[in-house]
Ligand binder design. Structure first.
Ligand code: SAM
Length: 263
């Protein structure tokens, strides 16, 4: 989806690495779902890519000197974003994913001071592995959970977000995607089923993401996608469908570390 978006004349975000990953993966079946689901997912990925690009750059401009991508997948931000200052980027994901990624990016020079991959399972003690890889919990950090938390069971997502807070001094930032009512949209049923058959079901969703994050040490802002200039037109056509599904907002969020360390 990022490769397709990058070729569009009105692209929200351009990721030149996406096409390289697609080529390296070789021929694939088309993604599941009908035209409506594919359009919705494509536009959603395009908007979220741009939104998180902007959030991370803003956090670094604001003083964060480390960036941690949790469930980094094929995120190429360490290579493609115009970082405003030297920053260390940590990419946490499962070993097989990182091995594939390194086949494509290995040996290429990132646009950051240091890019570190951390092979760890977010259901285990990933924070220990992150710290052992050089992450400094005393430095202000920008965290990103893009397309990640929905794949974790609710108790695991809870533990991840609490651990992020426990490893973040004040002034740290987070940007995250939350599965709200999207997960229950009828048009996405075949995507959900295909992911589940592949061993990666969507496991958690939230009705009130901002409160959920606040209980875990993060003060969040929930933008109305219609207020984002690059998103308003793209997302307008899906508003009736989302309203019908009881969407309560909170799909994309950004926030800062606040309050005491949660238990
Ligand atoms: C939908 S992809 C999102 C990837 C990337 N953040 C992006 O937006 O392109 C979900 C990612 O989470 C990773 N992931 C899923 N479960 C995980 C776990 N238990 N521990 C670490 N990574 C996990 C997957 O390997 C995959 O790369």
């Amino acid at each position: 989806m990022r490769a397709d978006e990058s070729r569009a004349p009105n692209a929200c975000a351009v990721d030149p690495w996406a096409a390289e990953f697609v080529a390296a993966a070789g021929p694939q079946d088309p993604p599941p779902g009908g035209p409506e689901a594919r359009a919705f997912l494509h536009d959603g990925v395009a908007v979220r890519t741009r939104y998180f690009d902007d959030c991370l750059l803003e956090a670094v401009r604001g003083g964060c000197t480390q960036v941690v991508l949790l469930g980094a997948g094929l995120d190429a931000r360490a290579f493609r974003l115009p970082w405003p200052r030297p920053v260390d980027v940590f990419e946490v994901d499962l070993p097989e994913l990182l091995a594939f990624k390194e086949r494509v990016v290995g040996g290429r020079v990132p646009a950051v001071a240091r890019r570190v991959t951390v092979a760890a399972d977010l259901r285990d003690d990933w924070a220990e592995a992150l710290t052992a890889a050089g992450f400094d919990p005393a430095r202000r950090t920008a965290w990103l959970c893009e397309g990640t938390l929905a794949y974790l069971a609710p108790d695991r997502a809870d533990a991840v977000v609490r651990a992020m807070a426990a490893h973040s001094p004040p002034g740290s930032a987070v940007a995250a995607e939350t599965a709200t009512s999207h997960g229950s949209l009828d048009c996405l049923r075949s995507c959900r089923d295909a992911l589940a058959a592949d061993g990666a079901p969507w496991r958690s969703s939230l009705r009130d993401p901002a409160s959920w994050w606040a209980e875990r040490g993060w003060r969040m802002t929930v933008p109305d996608p219609a207020s984002l200039p690059y998103a308003a037109e793209r997302m307008a056509r899906y508003v009736p469908m989302l309203r019908e599904a009881g969407d309560t907002g909170g799909w994309l969020l950004t926030g800062t570390r606040c309050g005491p360390t949660p238990a």
